[in-house]
Design a protein around this ligand. Structure first.
Ligand code: NAD
Length: 376
């Protein structure tokens, strides 16, 4: 089997393989070809890939006869000219927004597998790119907040007086939120956090932060389907808005991460609530690309309203390209290894496997995923 690793397009700093995963593939008996310069922005030189056993070359040579093509973002179908029919394209293909590109893969006979749709089951945890990238984004959100904030995070008792600790409030305690709590705690902040899923209360406490929860109105008991949240009732939303109003005026930093799959991000902070915060406070909105949790948030920009900076964070994992590439690459390698048939030295994807059903978008010239077929 030949595995090709693409160089990503402009704006993407990550790469879908690292020397460690190349070695793993070579150990499985595969030939690995990496496009020239693919690892440059993630601090991996072509020579590092070569030492791990890969051939480095131009795209045409890399794609020629490849059975598996690894990428971070899905390229246009036309950028895969020369790939053979039946080749598997594996990456974060963004099928919801890139319906036409997915249809293009089907047309050119490419079998597309999208890693964002990996089912959230224990067996697939090590293949979950959403978790690995969100974890780094949660960390970076706090680091970015700290660098925008004009005060220090930890309490400092100095001869010139005391610096009080920053108060950090994390809204949405999924993978990114948990890492944001842990990072802010390590930096010496006083941390509180909230979520609609009751199961997160224990997790917040175990990280040494204070849970701030709506009492008396049911949110989502337990974990929610696949661990995800769904829309809450109007009554809950009103109670949550009141709770936030009471809490937010005393906060210096807010990190918002709340997402509901398939829906716009829930609005958690209104302009009126923002106005109660102290000037110089900072909000980092990790839901910016999904419409934002904060009123007035602009994706990719920092907006100042009522003296509060609202950072519309976009793709923060890209700003930690070496680490995010390593985790992404290992997610892909774990997927390939799990379905590698050692006897035949090839990838075998059983049709009835929950993981395969979850990630497979196209097959034999057609779009086959239920979620895409029902959207057509
Ligand atoms: P996400 O990115 O979809 O959402 C982030 C958080 O926002 C979630 O915790 C969600 O409950 C919360 N949220 C949504 N609406 C909200 C609102 N109105 N107010 C406050 N908070 C709100 O979530 P995620 O990071 O992908 O993780 C969700 C869960 O899935 C976590 O419990 C995680 O541990 C679990 N998970 C399981 C697996 C697995 O078993 N393989 C893998 C990854 C994640």
């Amino acid at each position: 089997m030949k595995i090709a690793v693409l160089k990503e397009g402009a704006g993407e700093s990550r790469v879908a393989a690292i020397p460690e995963t190349v070695k793993k593939f070579v150990g499985l008996g595969a030939n690995v070809a990496v496009e020239q310069g693919a690892g440059e922005e993630a601090s991996i030189r072509d020579a590092d890939f070569e030492s791990a056993g890969a051939k480095v070359g131009a795209r045409t040579a890399v794609l020629k006869d490849a059975d598996i093509i690894l990428c971070v973002n899905g390229p246009e179908a036309s950028a895969l000219d020369g790939a053979k029919k039946g080749a598997l394209l594996i990456g974060a293909l963004d099928p919801v927004k890139r319906g036409e590109a997915i249809a293009g893969y089907a047309k050119s006979g490419i079998e597309a597998l999208t890693m964002e749709w990996m089912p959230r089951i224990t067996r697939a945890q090590s293949m979950d790119i959403l978790s690995s990238q969100s974890n780094l984004a949660g960390y970076k959100a706090v680091v970015d907040a700290a660098s925008t904030y004009g005060r220090a995070f930890p309490m400092m008792m100095t001869a010139a007086g005391t610096v009080s600790p920053a108060k950090v409030f994390v809204m949405g305690v999924g993978v990114a939120g948990l890492q944001a709590i842990a990072t802010a705690r390590r930096m010496g902040a006083q941390v509180s956090a909230t979520d609609v899923r009751s199961a997160t209360k224990e997790q917040i406490l175990s990280l040494g932060a204070k849970p701030i929860f709506v009492e008396g109105v049911a949110g989502i008991e337990g974990e929610g389907q696949g661990g995800y949240a769904s829309e809450t009732s109007a009554e809950y939303q009103a109670a949550q808005a009141e709770l936030v109003s009471g809490h937010i005026a005393k906060q210096d930093i807010v990190i918002t991460t709340a997402l509901i799959p398939g829906r716009p991000a829930p609005r958690l902070i209104s302009d009126a609530q923002l106005a109660t915060m102290r000037p110089g406070s900072v909000i980092v909105d990790l839901a910016a690309e999904a419409g934002g949790n904060v009123e007035g948030c602009v994706a990719g920009e920092t907006v100042v309203r009522h003296g509060v900076s609202i950072v519309g964070a976009v793709q923060l994992a890209r700003t930690l390209a070496a680490d995010s590439s390593a985790l992404f690459a290992r997610n892909l390698a774990n997927f390939l290894t799990a379905f590698w048939d050692k006897e035949s030295g090839s990838l075998v994807l059983p049709d009835d496997d929950e993981i395969v059903v979850g990630v497979r978008l196209t097959r034999g010239g057609s779009v086959v995923h239920e979620r895409l077929k029902s959207a057509q």
